[in-house]
Design a protein around this ligand. Structure first.
Ligand code: MRU
Length: 367
């Protein structure tokens, strides 16, 4: 997607063909700063400090982290160490584990001298696959938005989204935002309610930045406003992303997603989850088993923003010494979800819906 008319992906190789470059998302929307990652530690730090974030992008960045690690040591032990270090950076997004498994699989049986090149090639392919997957999610989701637009006889479609499941969370396009971009590009009148998404404000900072950059009409709302808007019939659809969806269809996503799904159910608003197959954890039966990340209390007691002189600062908003809890994700039970939008099509939110799209997992999932 474009920033100031210039096309970007979220991750690419530098001019030397070795270092990895990415956009520092902790600085957006105030500054566009590119960070260069040259070592395994650089990558681990970028993921855990959330310079890069969003489930698919975490996976893609970790894949390059393995390639960078192998540059200095291509042994089996170094490969295992790199995967363990990267896997520990953030616990909830399953795409991280998926990408590391892919890298291990690609590299493991290669002779040492070939491993670096193979790792770079697989990491690049993971990025390209992510772009194509999200393009397809956009295509399938477009059909769904079109159907709603027809029902509304062309009147504006209001879509509520939570956190950032746009191109900044992926390599390009996004998951939840891909159908919205496609609908906007197809000339449909779409407007997005953007949950600010406390504590880190990925909605206000990143989703609004993306949508604005692409010219999609949007309005930032306080996290607690969604229910009110739904009661007033100002939301036609909710579309969110996911960090991990279990075999039965339970969805872990940014904290607060569950409350939106409850409000959507109470108001008969379709609640859709856009996801690539790589976000499904077929090994877990249901969402109660998903590890939920807990982050620093500072993210709750402080907020970051731009001062009038242009500097980016973090300010305290809570009494000094008040304890705070910071759960990063919650689980929306499958019963509250209307449907899944995937790269393979749209399915009802049921176990069968998922396995119809991914039949390879049918027997395993039913067991
Ligand atoms: O903590 P974050 O910013 O990495 O959380 C991101 C989300 O919750 C997204 O909704 C999710 O990763 C889906 S990304 C397409």
């Amino acid at each position: 997607m474009n920033i100031d008319g210039k096309p970007y992906r979220t991750i690419w190789l530098g001019e030397d063909g070795g270092a990895v470059q990415t956009i520092d998302q902790t600085k957006l929307p105030h500054a566009l700063e590119i960070v260069t990652l040259e070592t395994l530690d650089d990558v681990a730090r970028a993921i855990s400090t959330m310079q890069v974030r969003g489930a698919p992008l975490i996976g893609a960045t970790a894949a390059y982290g393995v390639a960078l690690a192998l540059r200095s040591d291509a042994s089996d032990e170094a490969l295992d160490r790199a995967c363990a270090t990267l896997a520990a950076t953030r616990p909830t997004a399953i795409n991280l584990r998926w990408a590391l498994d892919e890298m291990r699989e690609a590299v493991r049986n290669q002779p040492r001298e070939a491993r670096v090149a193979v790792a770079y090639a697989r990491a690049a392919a993971i990025c390209d696959e992510d772009v194509e997957t999200n393009r397809r999610i956009g295509e399938h989701g477009l059909g769904l938005i079109q159907a709603h637009a027809e029902k509304k006889k062309g009147a504006r479609i209001n879509i509520l989204t939570h956190c950032n499941a746009g191109w900044l969370a992926c390599v390009d396009w996004g998951t939840a935002l891909a159908p919205i971009y496609r609908a906007h590009d197809a000339g449909l009148d779409v407007h997005v309610w953007v949950d600010e998404t406390r504590p880190r404000n990925q909605g206000a900072a990143l989703t609004a930045f993306e949508l604005g950059g692409h010219g999609v009409p949007h309005t930032i709302i306080a996290d607690n406003a969604g229910g009110h808007l739904m009661q007033k019939k100002l939301v036609d659809l909710c579309i969110v992303g996911t960090d991990r969806t279990t075999a039965n269809g339970d969805v872990a996503n940014k904290i607060g997603t569950y409350l939106k799904a409850l409000a959507a159910r109470d108001n008969d608003v379709p609640f859709l989850v856009a996801l690539p197959g790589t976000s499904i954890d077929w090994s877990l039966e249901d969402g109660s088993l998903i590890p939920i990340e807990e982050r620093s209390a500072d993210e709750v007691t402080r907020v970051a923003g731009r001062l009038p002189d242009g500097r980016i600062a973090s300010v305290q908003i809570a009494p000094e010494g008040s304890p705070a809890a910071n759960y990063g994700f919650d689980v929306t039970p499958v019963r509250l979800i209307t449907g899944f939008i995937t790269e393979r099509g749209v399915a009802p939110a049921t176990r069968d819906g998922l396995t119809t799209l991914y039949p390879k997992h049918r027997a395993k999932s039913a067991a």
